[in-house]
Design a protein. Structure first.
Length: 259
């Protein structure tokens, strides 16, 4: 499978610029920053043990996308022909992409990621990214939640409020796939939240955090319950607001696939 096909499978688009979250006219420094931000989201050091393999695969694909766009000659060919040189030096199969990342950026730590998330969430940058994702995916919340940095499905109530406020103010248009999303699709996201909570609990047990860490255990359980209640309340509000339309709608409207 070539790089563009890998991008399509892993990130929902074969467009290298879209995968890195930058404009086609982006400068070399903008592309570097885009790569840094996108790679922080999927860096294997951030992944839970059960998800490291998939995170590593996506991390490697991001590295290859950046390697093409950071090479002036390869980027020119990609811009003109829409193809990449799979046999070229930039995409050598034997390259250690984590080492390549470390040569570009300082060694990542959990604190680095936490600090980045704290500064990014509720920032002007995040607000712009959410609006851009809404426009790119025409209101498809599944795609929006997958593309915005540093969010999981427990962030959905916050993300949705941001979008609704932007719609009400006229900053972005009202897409049917967002305002009349089916209850079935909402429930699928709710199930993902519950699955993530179960996987987190399993990982905690595997790491032995339950022994001699009662305060931590209570905190984790409390947070999971609070998040589940928040999502339940959120879905109830959505059903009250859009329930009749959702029941009448039948088939859901598919969001346009990103280029």
């Amino acid at each position: 499978m070539g790089l563009l096909e890998q991008c399509e499978a892993a990130f929902g688009s074969p467009d290298l610029y879209r995968v890195l979250g930058v404009r086609r006219e982006a400068s070399a420094e903008e592309i570097r920053r885009g790569y840094h931000r996108a790679s922080l989201r999927v860096h294997p050091d951030r992944a839970e043990p059960h998800a490291k393999e998939e995170a590593t695969r996506r991390f490697q694909i991001l590295g290859k996308a950046y390697a093409v766009l950071s090479d002036a000659e390869q980027r020119a060919v990609y811009d003109e022909q829409g193809t990449v040189d799979e046999e070229g030096e930039a995409l050598r199969g034997e390259r250690d992409w984590q080492e390549y990342w470390r040569l570009l950026f300082k060694k990542i730590t959990v604190k680095d990621i936490e600090d980045f998330e704290k500064s990014y969430k509720d920032s002007e940058e995040e607000l712009a990214d959410i609006k851009a994702a809404y426009m790119d995916f025409e209101g498809d919340m599944d795609r929006i939640m997958e593309s915005v940095l540093c969010v999981d499905y427990t962030d959905e109530p916050r993300i949705r409020k941001i979008i609704e406020k932007a719609i009400d103010s006229g900053e972005i248009p009202s897409h049917k796939s967002f305002v009349k999303e089916s209850k079935q699709k909402m429930m699928a996201r709710k199930r993902r939240v519950e699955k993530e909570a179960r996987e987190a609990e399993k990982t905690k047990d595997e790491l032995g955090l339950g022994d001699g860490a009662d305060d931590l255990k209570a905190l984790i359980q409390s947070r999971n319950k609070d998040r589940k209640k928040e999502m339940d309340d959120f879905l109830a509000q959505l059903e009250a607001k859009y329930g009749n339309n959702a029941k009448k709608g039948g088939k859901k409207t598919a969001a346009k696939k990103g280029k």
